[in-house]
Ligand binder design. Sequence first.
Ligand code: FAD
Ligand code: NAD
Length: 466
Amino acid sequence: MKEISCKLLVIGAGPGGYVCAIRAGQLGVDTVIVEAGKPGGTCLNVGCIPSKALIHAAEEYEKIRQMAEGRSPLGISLQAPPSLDLAATIAWKDGIVGRLNSGVSGLLRKARVKIVQGRAAFRDGKTVEVQTETGMQVIRAEMVVIATGSKPVELPFLPFGGPVISSTEALSLTTLPKRLVVVGGGYIGLELGTAFAKLGSEVTVVEATDQVLPQYDGELVRPVQKRLQQLGVRVLTGAKAKGLSGQGEALLVETEDGKEHKLQADKILVTVGRRPNTDMAGLDGLDLDRSGAFLRIDDQCRTSMRGVFAIGDVTGEPMLAHRAMAQGEMVAEIASGLKRGWDKRCIPAVCFTDPEILSAGLSPDEARRNGLEVRVGQFPFSANGRAMTMLAEDGFVRVVARADNNVVLGLQAVGAGVSELASAFALAIEMGARVEDIAATVHAHPTRGEALQEAALKALGHALHI
Ligand code: FAD
Ligand code: NAD
């Protein structure tokens, strides 16, 4: 048995953990990181990166199919229908993941972080045991960061296995399911459901609430619903999955009107949320305070035990990679002795549907629920020249500001490629911009980003292009 000591021990090398370790290493903190799987965690291996690769491949395929079917308004046609080698698509995606895995390991080494491969188990709040390939390793640390992430929620009546899959398996399918039923019309269900529909699967989405993507307001979701319809995706809202039919070839679903449906399916993708990885051996013994199933943290990501921090998905919503990274960076700086606290004004969120949805800060309804009087400006992409040239006229940009002083409270958009506006949205809110600041910024022409300036002008009552 080997024993090592360090100042900071990070458990989990997802975006939260590896960023924390890199930053701590940069600051000269003696740091060890333990990872049971591959560096990069859910995000890099089975989440953000692979899903965006598949979404991109599906978009390309759908565009070419349109051309082959004579449906392209661009005047481009193809003589033969395209074909898809999904195994090759997945191999391409795996290549990207592999390159990034090596990249993360390289960055950790460059920051002089010691990487221990294996599953960590707590002995006590300052000691962890890891069963590695070369035997048991005991690590003693002054401070510990739990960055163990999350895993898919499994429905008791629809356990994973056979035709029932989670996003992890969906991202590695090498043959296309002819009929795909998606249970849960949230982020993952709609991102992957849309991609599979574009690749040629017949997709049905079963969503328990009365709207897909219930986390967003109806106005933002409408263009996505329209596109799902165009793609032939069947959406059942107010619908509950009940279980598999006798032979497991169909999903039984009950809709709001009490009717039971039998949805034939080759694969059933269950995406009803994610739960924290808190089943790590010895963690219960620390008796950390919880917030529901998640670890409770304060504004410095400290848990209820002195010297034990938690970051990322294991601490709850929003379960986003960039939030985990920002928390990781902050905790590393605290561990090095710097004074830091969570002072971010917003965490932007992007849903990579078609079209994409982007939200930063408060929506008009959220602001009003907080008792604020708001000024709202909205500009449609149908009045934006660049959007027209890219067949991307659906959607809009919306600015929400305080009515009394025009400070921007929130920015939302729905439209093709709006994810790339996330930096501008977050920057405006983080820097405390007023509507006048956005309106007075020269936006390059022709770009879809001009819609942001126009939405600000609209809020001020003098939009120029509508
Ligand atoms: P994780 O990335 O889950 O990493 C935790 C790591 O800890 C894992 O590598 C795990 O192996 C390791 N670990 C766990 N227990 C132990 C142990 N006992 N010992 C050692 N190691 C351990 N977010 C976005 O912001 N944008 C997106 O586009 C996006 N797309 C997504 C698509 C999908 C399909 C999924 C599933 C998620 C997506 N997410 C997205 C969410 C994002 O992946 C997570 O928010 C993010 O990965 C959380 O980072 P984390 O560091 O908290 O945990
Ligand atoms: P989610 O919370 O986004 O969506 C789950 C959906 O399932 C909800 O709409 C919910 O109403 C529905 N649901 C719950 N139980 C159901 C049932 N029994 N039958 C039918 N519908 C049911 O969860 P997710 O899609 O699994 O994603 C998990 C997390 O991963 C998200 O919280 C998100 O933060 C993260 N994620 C982010 C991105 C991104 O940033 N682009 C992409 C994917 C995942």
